[in-house]
Design a protein around this ligand. Structure first.
Ligand code: NAD
Length: 256
């Protein structure tokens, strides 16, 4: 289905980004990975699907490095047909205690990096009259939680950015959409569960149960595989007129 297309997935060395990269690779796309940590394991996992896979280690807080990532995809992978803006971080504190550098990093990685990749990807997509931009927002792009001011601001911001660029490209074959996961058990959430377990003096299992129960009617996590399939659908011909949506897959979180 995606034979001959190149997908750049930011923050794809673990978690949701890796799940999306794998789903797109299985549909035949060439994959450019990005992110930190165990790069070799992520590359090996994607390569095992038979897809061509590359990697660029751009730090998503740095616009010049983002430009280098996009240039790498253009020169070594024949352009960017699918752009998945997924890299993201979290920090939890009341606003009066929120470290300024954490605010700046969250806005840079979760929001501004998508502006930089998108502005560099759109001209090539317009030229081919085909493109897919999928922004990994969050249930926190639609509703808020206390102690997550930077994260909620960045995710509401990316939902708005998604709509604006979807309108700018609405008369082309380029679509721009956001997906809004609920809880997904990735390193980003594992850290929050462990911090809650330590704070409340309960087991990790109990902290997990409480974390899910606070927000989600459904008592289970969404998986990176499910989000990969949703992303693959948004890349399909069937989704060619889905434009500017913020599509939640969240165990009923925002239906309440
Ligand atoms: P994760 O920690 O497993 O993955 C984050 C990825 O981003 C990693 O590959 C990491 O190396 C990369 N990254 C972090 N900082 C970076 C930087 N400066 N430059 C480049 N790459 C960087 O987390 P995840 O849970 O898979 O999160 C992925 C996305 O999904 C994020 O945007 C997150 O906000 C969103 N999300 C997660 C959940 C959840 O429950 N896990 C829910 C909703 C939305």
């Amino acid at each position: 289905m995606l034979e001959g297309k190149t997908a750049v997935v930011t923050g794809s060395t673990s978690g949701i980004g890796l799940g999306i990269a794998l789903a797109l690779a299985r549909k035949g796309a060439r994959i450019v990975l990005n992110g930190f940590g165990d790069v070799e394991a992520a590359q090996a996992e994607v390569a095992a699907t038979g897809a061509k896979v590359g990697y660029h280690g751009a730090d998503m807080t740095q616009p010049e490095q983002i430009a280098e990532l996009m240039l790498y995809a253009r020169t070594d992978f024949d352009g960017v047909d699918i752009l998945v803006n997924n890299a993201g971080i979290q920090y939890v504190a009341n606003v009066e205690d929120f470290p300024v550098e954490k605010w700046d990093a969250i806005i840079a990685i979760n929001l501004s990096s998508a502006f930089h990749t998108t502005r560099l990807a759109v001209p090539g997509m317009r030229a081919k009259n085909w493109g897919r931009i999928i922004n990994v927002a969050s249930a926190h792009g639609l509703v808020a939680s206390a102690q997550k001011s930077a994260y909620v601001a960045s995710k509401h911001g990316i939902v708005g950015f998604t709509k604006a660029v979807a309108l700018e490209t609405a008369d082309t074959g380029v679509t721009v959409n956001a997906i809004c996961p609920g809880w997904v058990l990735t390193p980003l959430v594992q850290q929050q569960v462990e911090a809650r377990a330590a704070q409340a003096g309960v087991s990790v299992e109990e902290a997990t149960r409480r974390l899910l129960g606070e927000k989600q009617p459904a008592p289970q996590f969404t998986t990176p595989e499910q989000l990969g399939e949703l992303t693959a659908f948004l890349c399909s011909d069937a989704a060619s007129n889905v434009r500017g949506v913020a599509w939640n897959m969240d165990g009923g979180w925002v239906a309440q």
